[in-house]
Write a protein that binds this ligand. Structure first.
Ligand code: GLN
Length: 200
């Protein structure tokens, strides 16, 4: 049974859980989902893969770095300790991966600009092209960030009107949009399949 942990600090968490369950059912793979709120939850769950959902990264940093939680530093350590561990970060999750603000190296080799499309009213929905999945994908952008520089070692996972909106580095995937808010489970299936490959 694959164990997938969700960073439950704030934001779009439960929709990721249903997307993961749908993806797992489609691939006939058994998964268990683990809600992580404190560092001790991570130890207890001992997950094979992690999802860092979207939300408000400033709030996530506050709650996740607070002494009552300690989840964020534990998650960053978990990711850094083994680069093969599959991780999906969406929107604010991508911000945390690109800019952990913990004095350590970024967890995905890119720099990112928060709220770079403008305010809430500039949120939008449009098709993106996923180079990684080899097809179009419904892109839901909610106060989304934009990558402003991307290291050559990263692979383009998705583009919107020619602009990179998703990058992959090994088994780490950072998307500036919300794949969990579409019916397409492609990126969640990738996470599950990558986890099977590493830990199955
Ligand atoms: N604007 C949010 C931030 O800066 C990200 C938005 C999202 O995750 N949908 O953290």
């Amino acid at each position: 049974m694959l164990r997938i942990g969700l960073v439950m600090l704030q934001g779009a968490r439960h929709v990721h859980m249903s997307a993961l369950q749908r993806a797992a059912d489609e691939c006939s793979i058994e998964i268990s989902l683990h809600e992580l709120r404190m560092a001790s939850d991570l130890v207890e769950a001992d997950p094979h893969a992690l999802v860092l959902p979207g939300g408000e990264s400033t709030t996530m940093r506050l709650t996740g770095n607070h002494e009552t939680s300690g989840l964020l530093p534990a998650v960053f350590d978990w990711i850094r300790n083994d680069p093969s561990r599959p991780v999906l970060g969406t929107c604010a999750g991508a911000i945390l991966l690109s800019d952990p603000q913990d004095g350590g190296a970024p967890l995905i080799p890119a720099s990112i600009d928060r709220n770079a499309y403008g305010s809430q009213s500039d949120s939008f929905q449009d098709e993106v092209y996923s180079e990684m999945l080899g097809r179009e994908f419904p892109g839901v952008f909610i106060r989304a960030p934009r990558f402003d520089s991307i290291d050559d070692s990263a692979q383009v996972a998705a583009t919107h009107e020619g602009e990179v909106v998703g990058i992959r580095h090994g088994n780490r995937l950072a998307l500036t949009f919300h794949p969990e808010l579409s019916t397409d489970t492609g990126f969640h299936r990738w996470l599950i399949e990558a986890t099977v490959e590493v830990s199955g």
